[in-house]
Design a binder for this molecule. Structure first.
Ligand code: SAM
Ligand code: SF4
Ligand code: F3S
Length: 456
């Protein structure tokens, strides 16, 4: 019997990407194999994000496309999970008739049961679930740490969740409401998982948490901290360990100590600043000032040579005046981030800022601030990349730059993209590369030494 086909579309953060690997692994046990296009699928899953309005809206337009597919393929099922499902629950079934079932942020392990329920209804002649009895599993508070059999997309890079949820309640952010309060996995479990990945030949693990520095805060043991966990992981024989995201209010000197040792922990810190204005930072409930943030950046750059500090910024927060925005511009000039995701403030129902302030910065003003920062940030990255010409860097090759182009691309330890002439069989291998030129997009170079034998 041919295997059933599963297509998963994921929106949102790395943690959501990883959850999709959990969905794929779980459903593989029930006979599903992944396909790349919804047209080929028997089951489509949308793993959704609610952090800004645009991705939320996209889900409903894409559900409309699946509805059209269903006209040709009536047995096709559509399940919606993740953060939008957690927040909207049965409203999704009401709003989009194409959706067959809904599962919450901590209800992935309920999917097989929901599928069986749907099958039973079909056998009994009910092709569509009645609106009064939706097929859904959405825990009121997502408080489960789910143990999933991850089916990883890459054979050399693995994501490992260390915490779920977030207890910070930054005023603009929906995440604590859709993912629940902070829940940390036990260190033993994480160490075991990373050791197994190392034994399977993985070259890089990325530790995931909305705020990795809060790891352990929910557990009753003062010795369970992110710094302790990181130190324990440095003893595992795996070439690269990354982590994301760091939080400026919680990163400790002990974490910087581990980073400063030049062990297998990579020199990259993604640490969202959000704003350079003390007033806006207070209104955002971020827990630090501009000066404290800059001190931290300077300390990191001093103690960890070559460290790449990247960030997230929100423009157009309701209380952000032109003067506040200028403070952000000033901070960006001083911090010289290696990369920045810049977002326009998007009011999210349920969050503190949504109720406290009207979305008062006009869209064209948000756009102007966004473009101004993007331009500045590009200039900084182009200048800093240029300084690296002539260096020799270690690159983990991730893929071909374009199929058949004769060029491959990969990342340095600090997460800089490098493109250079190479062979497809180098994917998943380390290559020493001399940087010969640079642009805002990254570094370009030539291979010096490859860790795989080059065919003669
Ligand atoms: N936990 C991470 C942290 O605090 O560094 C952030 C996770 S959030 C999924 C990713 C980014 O989305 C945030 O850093 C913020 O810049 C942005 N973001 C969150 N809520 C937003 C909103 N309401 N409008 C615009 N951007 C938002
Ligand atoms: Fe959202 Fe703040 Fe938690 Fe990050 S730390 S996920 S921005 S509440
Ligand atoms: Fe989005 Fe949920 Fe992640 S809201 S950013 S998918 S935690």
């Amino acid at each position: 019997m041919s295997r059933k086909k599963l297509y998963i579309r994921t929106w949102g953060c790395q943690m959501n990407e990883h959850k999709s690997e959990g969905i794929a692994g779980l459903l593989a046990r029930y006979g599903y194999e992944l396909v790349d296009r919804p047209e080929e699928a028997d089951l489509v899953i949308f793993n959704t994000c609610m952090v800004r309005e645009k991705p939320e809206e996209k889900i409903f337009s894409e559900a409309g496309m699946i509805r059209r597919l269903k006209e040709k393929k009536p047995h096709l099922l559509l399940g919606v999970g993740g953060c939008v499902a957690q927040a909207l629950g049965r409203k999704i079934l009401e709003r989009s008739p194409a959706v067959d079932f809904v599962f919450g942020s901590a209800n992935i392990s309920d999917i097989p049961r929901l599928l069986t329920e749907l099958e039973e209804r079909r056998r009994n002649g009910h092709l569509r679930p009645g609106r009064d009895e939706p097929v859904m599993a959405v825990s009121k508070i997502p408080d489960r740490l789910e143990d999933l059999p991850f089916l990883r997309r890459s054979r050399f890079q693995a994501k490992v969740t260390i915490t779920e949820g977030c207890s910070n309640f930054c005023s603009f952010c929906i995440v604590p409401y859709t993912t629940g309060l902070l829940r940390s996995r036990l260190p033993g479990e994480i160490i075991r998982e990373v050791s197994e990945l190392a034994a399977q030949g993985y070259k890089e693990v990325q530790l995931l948490g909305q705020n990795v520095d809060s790891y352990g805060n929910d557990l009753d043991d003062p010795d369970i901290t992110f710094a302790h966990l990181l130190r324990a992981l440095t003893r595992i024989d795996i070439p690269r360990i990354r982590f994301t995201s760091s939080h400026p209010k919680d990163i400790t000197p002990a974490v910087i100590d581990v980073l400063a040792e030049r062990n297998n922990v990579c020199e990259h810190v993604h640490m969202a600043v959000q704003s350079g204005s003390d007033k806006v930072l207070r209104d955002m409930r971020r827990g630090y000032t501009k000066e404290q943030f800059l001190e931290l950046v300077y300390e990191l750059k001093k103690r960890v040579p070559g460290v790449n500090v990247t960030t997230d910024i929100i423009v157009g927060f309701p209380t952000e005046t032109e003067r506040d925005f200028e403070e952000t511009v000033d901070l960006v000039k001083k911090a010289r981030f290696g990369g920045a995701y810049i977002f326009k403030y998007s009011p999210r129902p349920g969050t503190i800022s949504y109720y406290k302030w009207p979305d008062s910065v006009p869209p064209e003003e948000k756009q102007r601030r966004l473009e101004h920062l993007l331009q500045l940030q590009k200039q900084i990255v182009a200048e800093d990349n240029q300084k690296r010409v002539g260096e020799v860097v270690e690159v983990l090759v991730e893929g071909e730059a374009k199929p058949g182009s004769g060029q491959v691309l990969g990342k340095t330890r600090e997460n800089k993209t490098v493109v250079f002439p190479g062979r497809p069989e180098w994917v998943g291998e380390f290559v020493r590369v001399r940087v010969t030129s640079a642009s805002v997009a990254g570094l370009f170079g030539e291979a010096l030494e490859v860790s795989v034998p080059v065919p003669t």
